[in-house]
Write a protein that binds this ligand. Structure first.
Ligand SMILES: Nc1ncnc2c1ncn2[C@@H]1O[C@H](COP(=O)(O)OP(=O)(O)OP(=O)(O)O)[C@@H](O)[C@H]1O
Ligand SMILES: [Mg+2]
Length: 441
């Protein structure tokens, strides 16, 4: 996102600030003037979209100390020092500290324009590169946290990549623990706002008055959320908890922004049953604005083939964390995992995986007992609604192959024996599930 650069002019003499600013504005630059280094530091932080022209001799913090502070927070910021007569040694020292260049008083206006142009161009390139790097790395990182190869997960990933680039506000819904918060982060991280802030606020975690303050201010320290998220993403969790007066203020804020919105809102709703859904608890005009784009994160029981791959991935991770072996899931246990209702979705599955690893380390307990302790229903009592049989069978088959290969450390003949499979069938199935013998040796 290429933006207009600002030239900050820092000088204690008002006439000097004025004349530099006038000249630069005439030459097409945007300027901002500060009477002291202290004042300028309040406005200029890391990644500041602009460059600095500063006097060296100033009361209070002088130009050299100011330069050190600026370099400390962002060494890529171009700073041009203004030096008086006979300050050349100081100018040399400033260059050593990281200043880009210096101009001697009285100014040569053309040199000033030239320096400002060089500095703002350099700054733009630096910031674009930083944003690009961040987009790539954060986006990839967050996306790689989303485990699962079911068609539903593939669709979810595609939706994230598409909607991440779009401008409209987004409503994310889905049951508890399905990954809504993770999806919101991913949406921000893969889009053009990635270098700006992602500000998450839970509407259910504050009382009304505190929430109003946190969102719209005035706050004692820092910025209210709508300001903090400017240009970035404001993520409102538990949106259905928003009171009527706050819904009205949020609506006004959205209307005020116009389109495309400067600050993107991602609202998260917990579809915990009737009456708690965003449709039912939000005023229609606000709901309409917030749900311009919508993502529904599917429940875990609706993506059977992810259950076992997530479980294996999580037990591997916990086993590494606890320095022990991951549990070997028996065929019967795999069936139980597949049929469990998972009311707490991925979060619950992660809990079960962690406890399975700890149990395995102690050498006691079974996965069935974990599932029973966790849910309010027994595994037997559950439905298979929404899961095609084929999906079950395939994920089951894959896990069984994976487990057997692990146990036999990649010995094809041992696996053929145990599973009574001819070599060709085994090879075909391994290829189908993307398993490779080399990973087990
Ligand atoms: N597809 C996934 N792959 C790997 N981990 C996941 C996946 N989905 C969710 N998780 C993990 O599961 C946990 C719960 O996810 P998250 O907090 O995003 O759910 P949520 O829907 O926001 O829950 P809540 O409704 O309670 O706010 C987190 O630890 C998250 O990292
Ligand atoms: Mg959440």
């Amino acid at each position: 996102m290429t933006q207009t650069m600002t030239v900050a002019i820092v000088d204690d003499e008002p006439d000097m600030r004025e004349s530099i600013s006038q000249w630069l504005v005439l030459s097409g630059f945007r300027t901002e003037s500060f009477a002291s280094a202290e004042e300028a530091l309040k406005a200029i932080g890391p990644d500041w979209p602009g460059v600095v022209i500063t006097d060296i001799r100033m009361p209070g913090m002088d130009g050299m100390a100011f330069l050190k502070r600026l370099m400390g927070q962002d060494s890529g910021l171009p700073v041009i020092m203004i030096t008086g007569h006979g300050d050349v040694p100081m100018a040399v020292e400033a260059m050593r500290l990281g200043a880009m260049d210096f101009m001697e008083k009285p100014f040569n206006p053309d040199r000033m324009t030239e320096l400002a142009k060089k500095a703002t161009n350099a700054r733009r390139i630096t910031l674009d590169n930083r944003a690009l790097r961040r987009d790539l790395s954060e986006g990839q990182q967050v996306m790689s946290k989303l485990v699962g190869a079911s068609p539903a997960m593939d669709r979810l990933r595609e939706d994230i990549l598409d909607l991440g680039q779009a401008d409209g506000h987004v409503l994310i819904d889905g049951e508890t623990g399905t990954g809504k918060t993770l999806v919101a982060h991913a949406l921000h991280a893969v889009g053009p706002r990635a270098s700006k802030k992602f500000v998450p606020i839970s509407c259910a975690a504050f009382n009304d008055e505190a929430l109003a303050t946190r969102l719209f201010g005035p706050v004692d320290e820092g910025l209210p959320a709508v300001e903090e998220a400017r240009g970035g993403t404001l993520c409102l969790e538990d949106i259905e908890a928003l009171s009527d007066p706050l819904q009205a203020r949020l609506l006004a804020f959205i209307a005020d922004q116009g389109a495309p919105a400067e600050t993107r809102i991602i609202a998260i709703s917990n579809a915990r049953g009737e009456g708690r859904r965003a449709e039912d608890s939000l005023r229609p005009d606000l709901f309409y604005r917030l749900s311009a784009l919508k993502i529904t994160v599917p429940a875990l029981r609706q993506r059977g083939e992810d259950i076992l791959s997530l479980f294996t991935r999580m037990t591997d991770q916990f086993a590494e964390e606890y320095g022990c072996e991951p549990p070997q899931v028996t065929a019967q246990e795999a069936a139980q995992l597949l049929q469990a209702p998972w009311p707490g979705n991925v979060r619950q599955l992660i809990n079960v995986a962690e406890r399975a690893v700890l149990q395995n380390r102690r050498g006691t307990g079974s996965i069935a007992s974990l599932l029973m302790a966790d849910g309010d229903e027994t595994p037997e009592a559950t439905t298979t609604e929404g899961k095609p049989l084929k999906e079950y069978v395939e994920s089951f088959e894959k896990m069984l192959l994976d487990n057997t290969m692990r146990r036999h450390k990649g010995s094809i003949s041992a696996v053929m024996d145990e599973l009574c499979l001819p070599r060709r069938t085994l090879n075909e199935k391994m290829a189908k599930y993307g398993l490779s013998r080399g990973d087990y040796l």
